[in-house]
Design a protein around this ligand. Sequence first.
Ligand SMILES: [Zn+2]
Length: 698
Amino acid sequence: MTNNFNHNNRMNTPKRYTITAALPYTNGPIHIGHLAGVYVPADIYARYLRLTGNDVAFIGGSDEHGVPITIKAKNEGVTPQDVVDKYHAIIKKSFEDFGITYDNYSRTSAKIHHETASEFFKTLNDKGEFIEETSEQLYDAKANQFLADRFVVGTCPKCGNEESYGDQCENCGTSHNATDLINPKSAITGNVPTLKQTKHWFLPLDRYEAFLKEWILVGHKKDWKPNVYGQVKSWIDDGLRPRAVTRDLDWGIPVPAEGGEGKVLYVWFDAPIGYISSTKEWAAREGKDWEPYWKDKDTKMVHFIGKDNIVFHCIIFPAMLKAEGSYILPENVPANEFLNLEGNKLSTSKNWAVWLPEYLEDFPGQQDVLRYVLTANAPETKDNDFTWKDFQARNNNELVAIFGNFINRVVVLTNKYYDGFVPTPSDLLEIDQETLATLKAYPDVIASSIERYRFREAGQELMNLARLGNKYLADAEPWKVIKVDAERTKTIMYVALQIASALATLSEPFLPFTSTKLKNILLHANLTSEAEWNTIKTKEVLLPAGHKIGEAELLFSKVEDETIQKQLDKLTASKKANEAANKVVEPQKETITFDDFTKLDLRVGTILEAEKMPKAKKLLVLKVDTGIDVRTIVSGIAESFTAEEVVGKKVTVLVNLAPRALRGVESEGMILMTESEDGKLVFVNPDTQNVTNGLAIS
Ligand SMILES: [Zn+2]
């Protein structure tokens, strides 16, 4: 086997970086899980690389083809184009709002993408890289349509999940063919599909087994995340099979080959090519050449994705690139695990999520808080949980109490003591020298974490730098020293100002809005040379004596308990709505005969008296006028009603139930009840009071 890429020698200094972030699927807005898993880490990485002087193309776009969009369009009575136009705009705005600095954000319905994907398919087809095969596919005769991907649900052959989709099981992550499903059902009509012959193009993944083994299992054993490596290994160990790259659908990119009429490219074939077309779009706009970003072996390409996309980015897309022959492969695919919300899996359909547009309505201007908390909690090595309590604690105890407090003290005191001018220091004491030396180490400390895709650790190191500043001020106590030693105070404030200046630069990848604010407060723009990531390590002085800074401005504000409670209440409301919608209706009981029914003697009655059964939480002892007699009935309704409430109620009574003793009281019948959604009991009673006791119900 010949390799046109160089995977065993780690690239020392790449000439440029191509960074891609998973294309969000445009059938809904995006939520915190997407941000934590993919977009914040990708943005931190891209911003850091730009700050350290690298040539970066940070590429993304909307994934606008595939079956779920057509299903949504059908349900809403609009066209698929309407659906993608709506959500593309919402998603794009969320990215802008949260400071995700794409160099280009495109969409797969764009002309340039249709051309690029079409061309890619043709190249592979011409080279004979596909197998054309007429096979039997699931077909819904009632809907007059082949059933692929999400048009069909059934039992996952691997884990037994009964609601697996035709292309992928969301429970175990396995990707499969629709015909692999056990007991398949049409998602359109609910029909059991039949098999019908149709021709498709298959990418024979089995041909790439040796290549993938060598490239990933041997070549990236040490530098890829264990969760990614492990999933890839298990896929390869299971044996790879040909995968269809076309579908019988009308929404998507038409198959550019003979016999391709009425068929489109499989969404998972065209979507990753979207990275290439988005790069082309960017290059054309910027007057650059796109090809080195995809074809030069000195380019480092990194795909940021969630764990549900591992198979597509580590097996299928690389096999496509390899088949094409002129492309490089990713150096790393640092996929994250999933973020949960308050202990439950994030779910669009169950509305169990924090949607980005809603977050901004509730927390205007606080994008950085969410970025910070999601980074601190990023599901880098295992699934992780987002809780509102933790959000509040990280904001109040870290951003406000450490970072914000330190900056505020430095700026306020500099204005108070020196009218905003950086003072001239006198001799530096050991503590000052140590502090400044520690400060100079931070750019490398944070960089090392970022370059190993450990963004949680990197974010905590940034906070540690703020801690260093906070502790320095707390120990040096300039507000006390000023009363006895004016010269020493100048030195203390000078050192603290250097830390503040470094924070303004080093916080940019993590807290971009705060970084901008802080640079404005410190008037970085007026410096002859601004502290840059790498010069912080070498520059003697970041904020020189005599430089004037601006007024203090709060960077973060405390999040109160009520604010958090509101968010928790929102989630509780979602949960209740879900429970109501998903309440399982008990299956019908065995059939009975009419004679069986007439054996029941149901009568209208009235509760005359009621009292609580001593030492029994649930039981009320009732005296009921049944029209036949007044009798005692013990009823398990005390948790829903007080004794006083039920007196005078018209009720339905089963009078010929065999008497039985409950806690020593003989009960002669049963009151009919049902239960409302919130678990409260409800009387099943005649809906008019104009009926008399003893009337039979039949
Ligand atoms: Zn499964």
